[in-house]
Design a protein around this ligand. Structure first.
Ligand code: FE2
Ligand code: FE2
Length: 191
């Protein structure tokens, strides 16, 4: 159960497969950003240990994924380079309300949706990539991204009622589906 409001079209893997070197660079940045998101939440809510402690595990896992993707890029003869910010992350970030506790609920919901979309796409890559080595790698990442998705939604419950969280998640999931449908000029995991 991933809370997403749209399904990635089945031809998505075939479309990005010729660009996997670029997708891996984007993927590395995504893992780095995922670690940063969890770390930023630790900074913001450090006075709530039950909220913060599970996030330390997320930081560690995302940094491990970051390292693994860099190793893959290097093994393929590539190099991690900078890239323009994705409109996906920027537009989702802009939906986060500014006053607490709405802010923390939205930060958790947005993070949960990004994890869910990663999980959905990693599943497609595992099942349909022709490069079996790469497909197997995506298979190994699935479980932790699904777990992160569920964790962010659970963490939001430190600050709001379940009902409020779910109605906000419904709304943000609709926005996420619209944003992902707009795509991106460069091949990316979330475009
Ligand atoms: Fe990750
Ligand atoms: Fe994750």
């Amino acid at each position: 159960m991933l809370s997403l409001k749209s399904e990635t079209p089945p031809d998505w893997v075939a479309r990005i497969e010729p660009h996997m070197d670029e997708v891996l660079v984007d993927h590395a940045h995504c893992e780095k950003k995922a670690a940063g998101t969890a770390m930023n939440m630790i900074f913001s809510y450090v006075e709530h240990p039950q909220f913060v402690v599970p996030l330390t595990e997320v930081v560690e896992e995302e940094l491990l994924h970051f390292r693994q993707v860099i190793e893959l890029i290097t093994a393929r003869g590539g190099k991690l380079v900078g890239q323009p910010q994705s409109s996906y992350g920027r537009r989702l970030g802009a939906l986060i309300r500014t006053a607490e506790p709405h802010k923390v609920v939205d930060r958790c919901c947005v993070a949960a949706l990004i994890e869910a979309r990663s999980c959905e796409r990693f599943t497609l890559l595992r099942d349909h990539l022709g490069d079996r080595h790469l497909a197997d790698f995506y298979g190994t990442l699935l479980e932790s991204e699904a777990r992160h998705h569920a964790l962010y939604l659970r963490l939001a419950e430190h600050f709001a009622d379940k009902g409020d969280i779910w109605s906000r998640l419904e709304h943000l999931a609709g926005e996420e589906a619209a944003i992902v449908a707009d795509g991106d000029p460069i091949p990316r995991l979330h475009a």
